[in-house]
Design a protein around this ligand. Sequence first.
Ligand SMILES: [Zn+2]
Length: 324
Amino acid sequence: MKKLAMCAFGVLFILFCSTSGYGKDSPSEILTFNADIAYQCIQKQVSFGPRVPNAQAHRLCGAYLQQQLTALGARVHVQRFQAQAFDGQSLALQNIIASFYPACQKRILLAAHWDTRPVADKDEARPMQPIDGANDGASGVGVLLALAQVISEHPPAGIGVDIIFFDGKDYGPPPGTFPTDNETAYWCLGAQYWSLHPHLPDYKAAYGVLLDMVGARGATFYRERYSVYYAAGVVKKIWALAQQLGHGRYFISQDSRGHMLDDHVFVNQVARIPMINIVDHWPGERPLFKAYHHTHRDNLTLVDKQTLQAVGETLLHVLYTAPL
Ligand SMILES: [Zn+2]
């Protein structure tokens, strides 16, 4: 219970839009990101077990995330829907959406996926068992929950923030095991659904930032190709800010060659909101993913607070010093 309380304290009803808020002249002490909170929120997610759609751990974790965001005073929308998986199964999915300062016209969208891969298809020893997903899934959510706490206590000047936890990101067919002519259709199910059915009609955001695999020790965030294509200005701003903050060994100023199929692709192409992806990967076309990807090495021992700190601190500075 203590850990739960650490993840969400301070109940505020934050429905207004602050024009004064904490802008450029804000005291620097509010710009502190707490990686311990992010880490605890990752631990908590992992403690439920693999968050595989239709599993009990998935339901429990979904309830936990809603409860955390509600306790922070956000306006929480839960988008429940059924999606058909590549193997014909019907998945009960939920996108969890938290709006902070809904009265603000200018909005920034932050997102991560909260489901985890049902198989460890790249693992040599136990490929059929689901992964912990401490990094692939839980890390992005952990960083955003820790950020949400700051956002709820300190309104960013003139902007509102929406946090979306997408479901069904990682239920795609294992490569080579299930031939399908349209494999991309079976990944990112939550982002696909939301992009067609946003939680508010006419929803708009100035831009979006997706976090995926943002907790691994020694992570390398090269400038991912779709992000540069759809939102070059946002990439430039965020990578420059990260360098200024001393996080250049994570946010590497080099374009990668590979295309990362991830939730931001659908947000860019279908919802038409420019969205970048901060994602741990290699800059060449192959291998694109790190060695832990979709294996049982993706567990809590992979997660490093320094990486969480670099990502959280950078995003915090974006929101409070140069949001638009
Ligand atoms: Zn994955």
